[in-house]
Design a binder for this molecule. Structure first.
Ligand code: FES
Ligand code: FES
Length: 150
């Protein structure tokens, strides 16, 4: 049994310690906002924050999450209202099917926390998530709303 901190709460995980964090979150802890896409570290649908850094949960064994602070889309969302990135997503009407969007929002939230004024190159470098619906122009528009004026 190992203990991981998820969204500010200590949670127990009783399964195989090599289980990808993604499955521990979804199957064992019921946090289904983090999505399974490729399982190969490519699509970013499973993006969570590990100690504030955006990481692909399908690529992290749950034992590596021990002692670190994990935030999922459920934890990013305030008890009331929306996180600023979520509000910008609504204003820019970003999602189509929506499947990739939790991971996309987690990636953007981490990017902006580290760099409040990313240029286009920094956005492309920081947000490598894939969207089958092709919402990229709206994602860029939403990020534009969030970039603070110099
Ligand atoms: S499911 Fe993790 S990167 Fe695609
Ligand atoms: S909104 Fe459908 S995959 Fe991105």
């Amino acid at each position: 049994m190992i203990t991981i901190t998820v969204n500010g709460q200590e949670r127990r995980f009783e399964g195989d310690e090599d289980t990808p964090l993604l499955w521990a979150l979804r199957e064992d802890l019921g946090l289904t906002g983090t999505k399974f896409g490729c399982g190969a570290g490519l699509c970013g649908a499973c993006t969570v924050h590990v100690d504030g850094e955006a990481m692909r949960a399908c690529q992290i064994p749950v034992n590596m999450a021990q002692g670190r602070s994990i935030t999922t889309i459920e934890g990013l969302t305030p008890a009331e209202g929306l996180h600023a990135v979520q509000a910008a997503w609504v204003a820019a009407q970003v999602p189509q099917c929506g499947y990739c969007q939790p991971g996309m929002i987690m990636a953007v939230a981490a990017l902006l926390k580290g760099n409040p004024r990313p240029d286009t190159a920094a956005i492309h470098a920081g947000v490598t998530n894939l969207c089958r619906c092709g919402t990229y122009p709206r994602i860029v528009a939403a990020i534009g709303q969030l970039v603070k004026p110099a």
